[in-house]
Design a protein around this ligand. Structure first.
Ligand SMILES: C[S@@+](CC[C@H](N)C(=O)[O-])C[C@H]1O[C@@H](n2cnc3c(N)ncnc32)[C@H](O)[C@@H]1O
Length: 383
């Protein structure tokens, strides 16, 4: 067994997340007992761990976008040195001659400043060492018919860091969401909203703008202790050193941890097509029985006895209802929640803090996040 698969050896790892979510991700990692290895930065959290931890992080983390394994970190002042040092990395543990790999290269303040030229040299070095093929420019790895593998190279002040992606498709792709409504949230962001809102997964939860149901489905997965990665594959499963015995054990443990009881979760939207999509998604996620979906305007909500939590993502004018004046919607939302849900806590994702101000709801905490390049605000408080 090589050094990358021995369960005893420790690897340098990085859990990537959407900008702004690192504090939420960090808390999840502490709960999972992953060994943090430094402060979070805006885009993720460093940690160290064994092969088992790579598998667990992919299977269990709800707010991470992907998990990177650092293969090497070295000085590279010129191309010959770069190629020589890249060739020394243990590529054959993860790649075969059938693998097609994709390079993501960034260069800052370095002598090797041209990312295209760096990618070309790194691709040559990897191919020479293990026979794997770079994906030709303009096509995707899947078109090439082999396993696709992302490799991330960063040059900063002549220091090169090479990492390999262990996740494959982004971790927001849980596998359940095939039907979408307008402006669906990433599953990782929906899970982060629930975690950041402090929902205790025992009290009632309501999403009155549920669209394709992402928040409610993530809530049901959370309440049932269902690991978000149970239904999907990961890049590490295609590596020659994949330990299927270890994976099967972790999967069985994750399945055994599932609970059947869930608190009431209500989700509604005025769009009937969105509700159909949400129901189909919840069925695929295996939580169709845990969510009460209904087609209605938010002004007609009928919350169950609480207090509970409202976690939601109303239209925020940048993708849904673009150009429309949403001030009335937020003012009405404030009125409805004050009359129907006194004492409930809220966590609302919105595009502009000023717009949320029209609700008249008092905000105790406000976090700035990034949703697909759009700056968004997560506003928390008690009604
Ligand atoms: C930003 S989307 C929510 C997306 C959702 N979180 C998801 O992941 O798919 C906002 C939703 O609010 C719904 N909506 C807009 N006005 C509404 C109203 N007055 N009452 C109820 N739903 C409304 C839209 O149909 C849309 O699905």
């Amino acid at each position: 067994m090589n050094k990358f698969t021995q369960n005893g050896s420790s690897h340098a790892l990085f859990a990537v997340c959407l900008p702004g979510l690192a504090p939420v991700l960090r808390r999840e990692m502490v709960e999972l007992r992953l060994a943090l290895a430094g402060p979070e930065d805006n885009g993720g959290v460093m940690f160290s761990g064994k092969t088992e931890d790579i598998y667990r992080a992919n299977l269990q983390l709800r707010s991470a976008s992907r998990i990177l394994l650092r293969l090497g970190s070295f000085y590279a002042g010129g191309f010959p040195e770069l190629k020589r040092k890249v060739r020394r990395l243990p590529w054959a543990d993860m790649l075969t001659p059938k693998t097609h790999f994709e390079l993501r290269v960034t260069c800052h303040k370095s002598r090797l400043y041209h990312s295209g030229a760096v990618a070309e040299r790194v691709a040559d070095a990897i191919h020479q060492q293990c026979g794997a093929q770079p994906v030709p420019a303009g096509s995707s790895a899947d078109d090439e018919g082999g396993a696709s593998q992302l490799i991330v190279v960063r040059l900063l002040r002549d220091h090169c860091t090479v990492s390999i992606d262990t996740s494959g498709e982004g971790l927001h792709r849980r596998g359940y969401r095939q039907a979408t409504a307008k402006a669906p949230l990433r599953e990782t962001l929906a899970a982060a909203m629930l975690l950041a809102a402090g929902w205790d997964d025992r009290a009632p939860l309501l999403d009155p703008f549920c669209g394709s149901g992402t928040i409610a489905i993530e809530a049901a997965l959370l309440a049932r202790h269902l690991a978000p990665g149970l239904q999907r594959r990961f890049a590490f499963m295609d590596w020659p050193d994949f330990r299927s015995d270890l994976w099967e054990t972790l999967l069985a443990e994750a399945q055994a941890a599932a609970r059947t009881d869930v608190p009431p979760i209500q989700a509604s939207d005025r769009d009937a097509g969105a509700i159909d999509a949400a129901i189909a998604n919840a069925e695929r996620a295996g939580v169709g029985d845990a969510i009460d979906f209904s087609c209605r305007a938010f002004s007609a909500i009928e919350p169950l006895p609480g207090p509970g939590w409202i976690v939601t993502n109303p239209p925020y004018g940048k993708r849904v209802s673009e150009g429309q004046d949403l001030r009335n919607l937020y003012a009405k939302l404030g009125q409805v929640l004050r009359s129907q849900c006194p004492g409930w806590r809220f966590g609302v994702l919105c595009g502009e803090r000023e717009l949320f101000g029209y609700s008249g709801l008092q905000v105790n905490d406000s976090m700035a996040w990034d949703n697909g390049g759009i700056k968004v605000w997560f506003q928390k408080g008690t009604i």
